[in-house]
Design a protein around this ligand. Structure first.
Ligand code: 5AD
Ligand code: SF4
Length: 423
């Protein structure tokens, strides 16, 4: 979602006449889009502000600085304390003010973090997409779930859904521009409801599936609490929807899930996976894991390990728990010692690494359809892309295949990527 916001912000800046530059030293304007989801991402922002401060001091020319996004929404005072010369601060619902702010030549600081209740359409042409073939399409924003560890409901506000006709128009427009893959985007895509017709996510997915020209459709992120069997059926029956799903479990322990306010049990999660696999045996699954949540005992942690062992995800994103402001868990005792959190994270990542080595090795010798989206900076003959299962494939090709579908023979692999060559 943040990546997509950055594409919108860059597009808005271009429409104001800005041109991209390579470094702050050469820039008149620096806009930092921020993420507040974990402590580490926020810390990265403060170190970047420190760097910008020292560049400002050294350089003769002053550049304008805007901090936008989720940290901007919550930490106005702290940001100004760290870098008093920040010129504007905008929350995730306020990017559209950028042209107005810039046109007023920044006579005074602008701080704007008011949430909007209804969907606010950003014109598609105001998006500077990083890829020419793969695009994000936002369908909803915000979250009503209030998982106890999570800052998102406090930074992005409540759920707002984009009207279906606008979503379909954008996908049709992308198809016309030769885009091949789209990812429907939202904090909680399964709770999508068209504000006009009350049509839900399953119908939206089926409608998007009818649009000619798009070959691969994905959606992110789904919530296990509301992942009904009809979504799995719609995935199976929609030929353009990839057999790939990111379904964050967070923990394999029902008691931890309860303390996290996730709204499902280990057993219910296992049932969802069982149903998905029975409908689509080739489905590629990924998840998010938090280790060291307040009160997580070794027994509870082992339940996460055994779930990973059982499900055999293609990929996982794993994090050490960090308390976030305003959340319920901020008031819980953060009682798992830092070293234990670290050990648990290493244990999870080691286990998963071995799983991925095994699953990746099983693909060596096969030929896989890959959408090529990039090229290695070091070696222009090495390309990179993803398969339908969203695995990273690095491969050699005799001609330029960027932005195309290719068939790649897989010849070797590591835990995090597959390697091969075009046929
Ligand atoms: N600490 C650690 N990880 C977190 N996440 C969200 N909040 C926290 C937190 N306070 C993780 C969850 C979520 C992913 C985007 O970030 O796993 O799914
Ligand atoms: Fe955060 Fe939970 Fe909402 Fe996901 S569902 S954004 S983890 S509160």
């Amino acid at each position: 979602m943040n990546g997509n916001d950055s594409e919108h912000i860059a597009g808005i800046l271009l429409s104001c006449g800005a041109i991209p530059s390579v470094s702050p030293e050469e820039s008149d304007l620096v806009v930092i889009n921020t993420c507040a989801v974990r402590e580490k991402s926020e810390e990265k922002l403060y170190s970047l502000l420190g760097r910008l401060n020292s560049i400002q001091k050294k350089s003769e020319k002053k550049f304008t600085v805007g901090v936008v996004g989720c940290v901007a929404q919550l930490q106005r005072a702290k940001l100004l304390e760290k870098m008093p010369q920040i010129d504007f601060i905008l929350g995730p619902d306020n990017y559209s003010q950028i042209p107005e702010i810039l046109s007023k030549h920044l006579e005074e600081k602008v701080i704007s973090t008011k949430w909007r209740k209804d969907w606010q359409e950003i014109p598609s042409e105001q998006t500077l997409r990083t890829s020419k073939v793969s695009a994000f399409v936002t369908i909803m924003e915000g979250c009503n779930n209030f998982c106890t560890y999570c800052i998102v409901p406090y930074t992005r506000g409540r759920e707002k859904c984009r009207p279906t006709p606008q979503i379909l128009d954008e996908v049709r427009d992308l198809a016309q521009k030769n885009y091949k893959e789209i990812q429907l985007l939202g904090q909680n895509v399964n709770s999508y409801v068209d504000p006009e017709t009350q049509m839900g996510f399953v119908d939206l997915l089926r409608k998007v599936n009818t649009i000619e020209g798009i070959d691969w459709i994905r959606f992110i992120t789904s919530h296990p609490k509301i992942f009904s069997p009809d979504i799995a059926t719609a995935m199976k029956e929609s030929e353009r929807v990839c057999h790939q799903l990111h379904l964050p479990v967070q923990s394999g322990s029902t008691s931890v899930l309860h303390r996290m306010n996730r709204g499902y049990t280990r057993e219910e999660y296992r049932q969802i996976i069982k149903n998905l696999r029975s409908l689509m045996p080739d489905i590629s699954l990924s998840t998010d894991i938090i280790v060291g949540y307040p009160g997580e005992s070794n027994k509870e942690f082992q339940e996460t390990m055994s779930l990973l062992e059982e499900i055999q995800y293609t990929n996982i994103f794993s994090f050490r728990y960090s308390p976030r402001p305003l959340t319920k868990a901020e008031n819980f005792k953060d009682d798992v010692p830092f070293v234990v959190k670290k050990e648990r994270l290493i244990a999870v990542q080691d286990l998963q690494k071995n799983i991925q080595i095994k699953t990746n090795q099983s693909l060596v010798g096969s030929t896989i359809k890959v959408l090529c989206t990039g090229r290695s900076k070091k070696d222009p003959n090495i390309f990179s892309g993803r398969n339908a299962g969203y695995q990273v494939i690095n491969f050699s090709a005799k001609k330029d295949v960027k932005d195309q579908f290719v068939n790649v023979l897989i010849t070797s692999c590591g835990p995090y990527s597959l390697r091969g060559h075009t046929l």
